[in-house]
Design a protein around this ligand. Structure first.
Ligand code: IPD
Ligand code: CA
Ligand code: CA
Ligand code: CA
Length: 283
């Protein structure tokens, strides 16, 4: 069953159609992975389902928009330099689709039902459409620049917490980049006593969608890539939230160290992360 079958050629309709179709296919393959590949190491997984889903999404997009550029995770060599180069090259084009075919591959491989498809469209470097589909819960998050964010037709809004002490915060641990570990640990050590509690679900894009839906007050993570964040960033902003880097600078596609929140806690959150990094753990 595909939740939305859309025949219109609008950008959002194509993004919804691609995310829904790929998501249903990914879910149908759960537990059947035959080729478990390792990219930068044993933490950094890729399967034939990641690759197949990316191909499927690529084809669907190019059928409608043959001259648009597609930046997909599985088409880029692992590592921050290759990602930065691929993003720079992509941004030479006006229209760039930014695709994470499975965000949460580790969860997918282990059967932990917290993974999603993330598809964004950027025009001249600015995200104008963001779609995240979670096939496990059949939840489709859709945002268009300036038009709000909806989950299955219902408008989404961030949560109301005004203080970190009342906040449920998520974070994640980047795969295959050990240099970010001290920064992660410093953040955790500093944040745990300040917030209500911390969660780490293993999908950056779904964490962003959950901030937008008011299920999390905020999320931060170090060392992400454009495909982890592009759709989620618009989804959070269009739900009334804020997205910045960990120094508080506004989100753009090059941001790797992200802070997303319900806006009310944003400055306290960013300040706490700055303090964490000043504790010395991060050097
Ligand atoms: C990963 C997930 C995970 C995050 C990692 C990402 P992938 O994406 O978003 O939550 O902690 O940093 O690389 O590889 O499953 O698409
Ligand atoms: Ca990956
Ligand atoms: Ca990802
Ligand atoms: Ca992925």
């Amino acid at each position: 069953k595909v939740p939305y079958v859309v025949t219109s050629k609008s950008y959002t309709a194509v993004a919804i159609n691609a995310a829904s179709k790929a998501g249903e296919w990914i879910k149908s393959k759960l537990g059947t992975v035959k080729q478990l590949g390792m990219k930068s190491g044993a933490q950094d997984l890729v399967t034939e389902v990641d690759k197949g889903a990316e191909q499927m999404i690529r084809k669907l997009i190019l059928t409608h928009f043959p001259d648009h550029h597609i930046l997909g995770e599985e088409g880029v060599e692992p590592g921050p330099q290759a990602s930065a180069d691929a993003l720079k090259e992509a941004l030479d084009e006006d229209y760039v689709w930014i695709v994470d075919p499975i965000d949460g591959t580790t969860n997918y491989v282990h059967g932990f039902p917290f993974y999603c498809v993330s598809i964004a469209l950027a025009y001249q470097g600015e995200v104008i459409v963001g779609v995240i589909y979670d096939p496990s819960r059949d939840e489709l998050f859709v945002a268009e620049k300036g038009k709000g964010c909806y989950v299955h037709g219902n408008r989404m809004e961030v949560s109301a917490e005004g203080r970190l002490s009342e906040s449920l915060i998520a974070t994640g641990f980047p795969v295959g980049i050990s240099s970010t570990l001290p920064m992660n640990m410093a953040g955790l050590q500093h944040l745990v006593p300040k917030v209500r509690n911390i969660r780490s679900g293993g999908s950056a894009a779904l964490h962003m969608a959950y901030v937008a839906a008011g299920r999390l007050s905020g999320f931060w993570e170090i060392g992400l890539n454009a495909w982890d964040l592009a759709a989620g960033a618009l989804i959070v902003q269009e739900s009334g939230g804020s997205v910045s880097d960990t120094l508080g600078r506004p989100y753009d596609l090059s941001v790797r160290n992200v802070v997303a929140s319900n806006r009310k806690i944003h400055s306290e959150f960013v300040e706490a992360l700055k303090e964490a990094n000043a504790t010395g753990l991060n050097g």
